[in-house]
Design a protein around this ligand. Sequence first.
Ligand code: DGJ
Length: 742
Amino acid sequence: MRIAFHETSKTFHLYNEAISYIVTIMRNGHLGQVYFGKRIRDREDFTYFMETCERPMTSYIYEDDRTFSLEHMRQEYPVFGTTDYRQPAVEVRQENGSRLSDFQYENHEILKGKPKLSGLPATYVESEEEALTLRVALKDGLTEVRVELFYTIFAEGGALARSVRFYNDGGQPVWLERAMSLSLDLPDCDYVWQQLCGRWAGECQVRSRALTQGVQAIGSMRGNSSHEHNPFLALKRSHTDERQGEVIGFSFIYSGNFRIQAEVDAHDTLRVMAGINPETFSWKLDAGESFQTPEAVVAYTDQGLNGMSQIFHKLYQKRLARGYWRDRPRPILINNWEATYFDFTEERLLEIAAKAKECGVELFVLDDGWFGKRNGEKAGLGDWTANRDRLPHGIAGLAQRVEALGMKFGLWFEPEMVNKDSDFYRERPDWILATPGRSQSHGRFQYVLDFSRKEVVDAIYEQMAKILREAKVSYTKWDMNRSITECYSGAWPADRQGEIYHRYILGVYELYERLTTEFPEILFESCASGGGRFDPGMLYYAPQGWTSDNSDAVERLKIQYGASMCYPISSMGAHVSVTPNHQVFRNTPLHTRANVACFGTFGYELDLNKLTQEEIQEVKEQIDFMKKYRGVLQFGKFYRLQSPFEGNEAAWMAVSDDQKTALVGWYRVLNCVNGRYTRLRLEGLNPSFCYKNARNGMRHYGDELMYAGLITSDETAGQIPAGVEPYTDFESRIYVLEVDES
Ligand code: DGJ
């Protein structure tokens, strides 16, 4: 890994074994983008790649040069209005109404390691040898606004982290109307755009389309990153698939309003940007103030989509997620939500916990409904004290009883919300986000607390910390069940109202930071009605998230497959729930529900007391299996093999670091009779290791399994020989392959 600065060509070359990222200081002092892609040999001058030519209807900076127009230059942090007509990365409104800036190179610095982003989640390093960071300072001479662009290249892997810091060194206030974290101009647009989008209970659906002239964007204006769009984009070549081909992945480490967009211009060059959504953002920068953007990560590989995902998985698992639970296999939990909803007593909870304990479950999680006057959706949020009618021994007493069973205890919160029917709201009605003179919309009868105010965050912190101090809580589920409306804060002046969405998220991060610091061994799971805030920002505080409120195994195949594009398996909450399923009312076999959930942070969300003896036996076996293999399933190298978006069958696999154990998940949605022969060509095995297939006892070398394939055909062609269980719809198998040392 190295960051070279070539004085004569004024070019920076950031490179490691995998990638090169090259930028240059252009004639006008702006930063130009030369190259991003597979590692190339370093040399003094690459600026010949900055192709320009004289084009009609173009505006030029210099009278002596009819080729230098920003419209046709690839730039690193472009502005609008001085010859570039594309969408800009930055817009600074000044007191006189002008929005022009001219950010010219001032100085740069090459730092060992990676500086922290104050108040924001970001990738990090544990030693200075793990990364190098380039800081380039640019200044607008007129306003004296200084922009610092940060680029971090890691010792290994194809990822580069970028963020931007603004300083107002001038005497007048300015307003940042747009401050993207990353802007990348690429020389061609021959990519397929692949996004993760969807809806509540149907998140992370993989959708693709070709790029064409104009702007294409995804984003959120809901206050949370959203169920609708995940802050992730892949641009892949048309021939790229899971196993091979070029792809560039963009991921934005942020949990609020975001935008990721690609603009193809008239000459088929491409500008990609990621950052806070400018639609709902305006930040006043008074003289002497600074502003830090969130971080965006861009990753390049020619190893296909799996190669890209593995870059993100490793970085996010090891250098974004933090703390005690980062590297630890996750406890197998039981959550009471789908078992009881709001209808429970302490006794009933303990019955559920006791049965789960008997099956081998390690953690009991009490979900919504334990606090204030919370008998349903209409009351209680904001009053974080136990409802003694239901829980006569309080949370501390219940936790003690669960611990006495030999399990850990976990608790649900929704810290950012209040019901109007709560003591908290009655005492502080002006602490919600609300626009003066306008009515307040609700979502699920709840209102959003104004987390842009420190006193609000403090008050919620005090309530939560009190419970966590008094009771033995080992896990916390942090929910968020509505998006923001009427976003206005009574605590901030008129010219700072454009800051509220971002200040809100900063408040959420602040609360997370305080709680995870005071309670470092509590495992936090993020949640926002399932996957409404399943993003890298959350991963920094909560190493796992509830992937979706949809717990149906067939639906989960798509959701988890899509989420795995960017997020590691250790981050995906996945539970076995009851049938008929509560979202789609489908009946799937118990083994298929477990076979999908085991590629995640595994748990149950049902009352095991209601299962038959036979089913309980199966659950016990599932739990034993998970305990044995969760290290590989959650932390091994993950490969997608067959997409549920493309057919009736889906498959994925995880391989241990030493390549001695591999677990292959194979799933078929609808059964068929007299079907085709099927094989899965596996990935990531050691070609010369001999693996034993636990399903049939057969032995195969890694090369056989990878190049010829693992046979997954049914043993029958629709006939049912004696002694063989007939296959049905929603069939699945886990193939355990272990190196045979005998
Ligand atoms: C939405 C979550 O996603 C569910 O798992 C559950 O916690 C409910 N909220 C509780 O209100």
